[in-house]
Design a protein around this ligand. Structure first.
Ligand SMILES: Nc1ncnc2c1ncn2[C@@H]1O[C@H](COP(=O)(O)OP(=O)(O)O)[C@@H](O)[C@H]1O
Ligand SMILES: [Mg+2]
Length: 272
């Protein structure tokens, strides 16, 4: 279980998270939607302690991660696979080495042959086995490529392959289908769903893609004005009649002004 409790975070004078509360239950798939710049990635990075809250607590499996030692934190993070918004691949390593790195570090897969198989299986799962390069051997060829040689969509899929390779109990996906064509998005959505439903991987996904959200979510939450609003199941979210929610879900005209950012100006955040 992952819990964010009363998280407040500002950057300089700019409040981003005003009071964020979120619980992701064991085995659940929760999707976060919200405008660009609303703080979705910031909320997400709190779970990994890449960002520390100004106030509030983050619990993973009941442990307050701010109290953990480096080693304790490392142990918790080992069990969380992350696909970052920008993929965050190691530029100096080829695709194979990017994915193999964590497997070697955790001494998984019983040695090099097992690692090789796992890397190729994961590349296959994210749709990189069918690159069509001379019909076969797609994954081996992709494995030798450097991240700089790949399109954004391919880097995203390599990032996903790397995240799932060590079989984490939790997966965090930051915009997993952004920049992918509908066919690839479909593959990624089904993979996220399958990991969640068949392997019971607890999932938290940020997306703008409502089709993707409807496919993978047990529950959708909207980040708006620095707070999460629980919209319930995809069906419930779809039939929500709050004009703000409808604007997000259906892209209708509504009260949110398109050119303004989500930042609730002049909100008094700090009480001290
Ligand atoms: N490390 C940082 N320092 C300063 N401002 C930041 C930092 N990270 C994010 N922000 C700001 O916080 C806001 C929310 O960003 P982000 O969480 O990336 O939005 P999104 O919802 O699109 O993922 C943005 O205005 C961004 O510029
Ligand atoms: Mg983001």
């Amino acid at each position: 279980m992952i819990e964010l409790v009363n998280i407040k975070k500002s950057f300089g004078e700019k409040p981003v998270l005003r009071n964020v509360n979120l619980t992701v239950e064991e085995g659940e798939s929760v999707v976060i939607i919200g405008r660009s710049g609303s703080g979705k990635s910031v909320a997400f990075r709190h779970i990994l302690r890449l960002i520390k809250p100004d106030e509030g607590r983050v619990y993973v499996e009941g442990r307050d991660i701010s109290t953990l030692s480096r080693k304790g934190l490392y142990k918790v993070l080992e069990n969380i696979g992350v696909l970052f918004q920008n993929s965050a691949l190691w530029d100096s390593m080829n695709v194979f080495e990017n994915i193999a790195l964590a497997l070697r570090r955790h001494k998984m897969c019983g040695g090099e042959n097992g690692i090789r198989k796992r890397v190729y299986d994961c590349l296959d799962m994210v749709g990189l086995g069918m690159t069509g390069i001379s019909g076969t051997g797609g994954v081996e060829i992709i494995g030798t490529r450097m991240p700089s040689e790949l399109s954004g969509g391919m880097r995203k899929r390599v990032g996903l392959a790397r995240a799932i390779a060590p079989n984490p109990a939790y997966m965090l996906y930051d915009e997993p289908t952004t920049g992918l064509d509908p066919i690839m998005s479909g593959i990624i959505n089904r993979l996220i769903k399958r990991l969640n439903k068949e392997l019971n991987v607890t999932s938290l996904t940020i997306t703008h893609d409502m089709h993707s959200a409807s496919t993978i979510a047990d529950r959708i939450v909207l980040l708006h004005k620095g707070e999460f609003k629980d919209l319930g199941t995809p069906d419930e979210a779809n039939s929500n009649d709050d004009p703000i929610v409808r604007q997000f879900i259906h892209g209708e005209d509504g009260p949110i002004h398109p050119v303004l950012t989500d930042h609730f100006e002049k909100v008094h955040v700090h009480h001290s």
